[in-house]
Design a protein around this ligand. Structure first.
Ligand code: GLO
Ligand code: MG
Length: 349
């Protein structure tokens, strides 16, 4: 594998080694225990893991605060034993019967209250694990028919929920992970632009950032490297979920660069040119095992994505900047296009 000197740290979540179930068929692989996933992470060259609150503390809704803390401490120890750290914890707000109609934006006030209380528990777990941020993937915040909710009020409800989290804990960073659809038909915070805008509406904008996922930008018809650049210009890009996506299909979470290498190159270019990682930001790989993959080779999507990222860092670093500047100055973008393709393909220019 190409070695990359520098500041990048890599992470993924337990859900990224999955059993292959999809809406049309059952699991095709056996579950892998969390400790084995951690061992695999370390072996592949990852430094951290991401969690849903109930990845760390299963069935947490039925547990007392003391039980939750005890279990979270065990996971923290398991991480340390494997030489790993926790990047973030995300409240899984899309599974419970109480979040069928959304979490922070449910039409039922009791359900909205549940979502906020659950998010506070998520912050407690993050603190025990030593994770500096929580991630809000706003899975069910939206609607299946527009008339079912007031979209302006939904935005304010999410703002209020974030404010409640900010008030609950003085340090945790809150990262919004936008996605335009799936599972809901239309999400109320569909893009990075919406998430950045929402962050400024909160009581402490400096503690609210965004997590940009490649596939989610593509599903919104946007270029992920432009989305990342937009968030960077606002100093709001605090994490990424790199993967790939073949156009407007179901959320594929393909291996990074596997569908469109040039688009992947441009994401790495934007991150690298900014110096992403300097302030502890992580490179998360939210990639999914192909359903066809057999049990004993069920982590190749992760090691391949990591290798592709490192390879593309080298491609960014070895780009002939002088030539690039000359071609830009001459406005010869056709030639620039050709040079970039040759560089990526590794053929003589
Ligand atoms: C799904 C999301 C999901 C989140 C994860 C962390 O489309 O990308 O994988 O990243 O649940 O919140
Ligand atoms: Mg994601």
């Amino acid at each position: 594998m190409t070695e990359v000197k520098g500041i990048y740290r890599f992470s993924f979540g337990p859900w990224n080694i999955d059993e292959g179930a999809d809406p049309f068929g059952p699991t095709v692989r056996k579950p892998v225990a969390l400790a084995r996933k951690m061992a695999a992470a370390k072996k592949m060259g990852f430094q951290g893991m991401q969690f849903h609150d109930d990845d760390a503390v299963p069935d947490l809704d039925g547990k007392t605060a003391a039980q939750i803390e005890k279990q979270a401490k065990q996971i923290k120890k398991m991480l340390s034993d494997h030489g790993l750290v926790a990047e973030f914890v995300a409240p899984r707000l899309w599974f419970s019967p109480k979040t069928i109609d959304g979490a922070y934006t449910s039409n039922d006030p009791k359900c909205r209250k549940y979502a906020i209380e659950r998010s506070k528990v998520c912050i407690d777990i993050a603190n025990v694990l030593g994770a500096k941020s929580i991630v809000l993937w706003l899975a069910r915040e939206g609607s299946y028919i527009r008339e079912s909710k007031n979209p302006r009020i939904e935005v304010l409800q999410i703002r209020d929920a974030i404010n409640a989290m900010l008030a609950y804990d003085p340090k945790t960073m809150i990262l919004i992970e936008p996605k335009p659809n799936e599972p809901v038909d239309s999400a109320i915070i569909p893009t990075i632009g919406h998430a950045v805008g929402l962050s400024y509406m909160t009581d402490e904008p400096d503690r609210v950032g965004v997590l940009c996922e490649t596939a989610h930008s593509i599903l919104a018809g946007l270029d992920p490297s432009d989305d990342m650049a937009y968030a960077l210009a606002h100093r709001k890009l605090r994490s990424v979920h790199l993967n790939d996506q073949g156009g407007l299909k179901f959320d594929q979470d393909k291996s990074f660069g596997s569908y469109n290498l040039r688009r992947a190159f441009n994401q790495v270019r934007v991150l690298e040119e900014y110096g992403y990682g300097r302030n502890g930001e992580w490179i998360g790989l939210d990639v999914k095992t192909m359903r066809t993959q057999k049990q004993d080779v069920n982590t190749k999507h992760l090691s391949n994505s990591l290798a592709t990222f490192k390879f593309l860092v080298q491609k960014v670093r070895t780009l002939n900047k002088k030539l690039e500047a000359q071609l830009i100055a001459a406005r010869d973008y056709e030639e620039l296009d050709r040079y970039l393709l040759c560089h990526l393909m590794g053929v003589k220019y």
